[in-house]
Design a protein around this ligand. Structure first.
Ligand SMILES: Cc1nn(C)cc1-c1nc2c(-c3cnn(Cc4ccccc4)c3)c(Cl)cnc2[nH]1
Length: 286
């Protein structure tokens, strides 16, 4: 996709569209093959009518601008886009390994090695995003994909923002919300650190730490940081300590990205073969 990805006049004729991969509220994602190069991509099809109905033009433009600008091995690439009368097409990197959420549902929970590898991958990706003043704000297992070697890829920047000023107003989805987002207070990069704590817990126990029957109960549990660790032999006290250092109500006191990557449980368990701090100059960036 190297030279083609800078092509300005893509159309649906440039692709052989295959099976649907998933569906979101505003459209579906299909696997597709670029006809000339045979390059496999994911084609996200969004209906203009839906975007107009929910007044999401600005959010979609922001998602596209942000994801196009991000170049990191653990962030799904947005190679380009095009549109016709009814639809907008996003040409996305295809993640051959599918949705991490499906793997978590099938296995029930991950090993400490797999959980630490995914948390380290996410931390590198977030460090990169935060350097570019991007807060994802909606990291959850449903937005995480895997490549053919099992490397994690963050997808769907629909709720991310380019944060030039320090604090932002609220949005986001339930179980992964930091307290400052639940209270609709301005928030910054530290919300993604909280989410790393929620995800580490969910990777190891199979469900998020503040899960409850209704939204009000989940909100209350988040605000109280009502954190409990079921007794199980497959989760070490070191893992629980890391989660506890991330799920801190005061955002300024959450473990920093640098400290996460140096944390002994991460260093001991993460697989360096599946973690890419960044693209190096020798890698061909399509
Ligand atoms: C599923 C699946 N199974 N296998 C073997 C590969 C995949 C795969 N899926 C993707 C996908 C993919 C699919 N659905 N979704 C979820 C979604 C759908 C619509 C709007 C927003 C989010 C992402 C992508 Cl983008 C990019 N690459 C993908 N690869």
């Amino acid at each position: 996709m190297a030279s083609e990805s800078v092509k300005r006049d893509w159309s649906i004729k440039d692709f052989e569209v295959g099976r649907p991969l998933g569906k979101g509220k505003f459209g579906r994602v299909y696997v597709a093959r670029e006809t000339k190069t045979k390059y496999i991509v994911a084609l996200k099809v969004i209906f203009k009518e839906q975007i107009e109905k929910y007044k999401l033009q600005h959010q979609l433009k922001r998602e596209m601008a942000i994801q196009t600008s991000l170049l990191h091995p653990h962030v799904l690439r947005l190679y380009g886009w095009f549109h016709d009368a009814e639809r907008i097409f996003l040409i996305l990197e295809y993640a051959h390994g599918g949705e991490l959420y499906g793997e978590l549902q099938r296995s029930g929970h991950f090993s400490e090695q797999k959980a630490a590898t995914y948390i380290a991958s996410l931390t590198h990706a977030l460090a990169y995003c935060h350097e570019k003043h991007v807060i994802h704000r909606d990291i959850k297992p449903e937005n995480l994909l895997l490549d053919h070697e099992g490397r994690l890829k963050i997808a769907d920047f629909g709720w991310s923002v380019q944060s030039t000023n320090k604090r932002r107003t609220m949005c986001g989805t339930l179980d992964y919300l930091a307290p400052e987002m639940v209270e609709n207070r301005p928030h910054d990069y530290a919300v993604d650190n909280w989410t790393l704590g929620v995800l580490c817990y969910e990777f190891l126990y199979g469900s998020p730490p503040f899960e409850a029957d209704g939204q009000a109960d989940t909100f209350r549990r988040i605000m109280k940081v009502d954190l409990a660790f079921p007794s199980t032999p497959h989760v070490s006290s070191e893992a629980k300590d890391l989660i506890t250092l991330l799920l801190v109500k005061d955002s300024a006191k959450r473990l920093s990205r640098e400290k996460i990557l140096e944390y002994p449980w991460i260093v001991l368990n993460a697989d360096p073969n599946l973690i890419c701090p960044k693209y190096d100059s020798s890698q061909i960036i399509c």
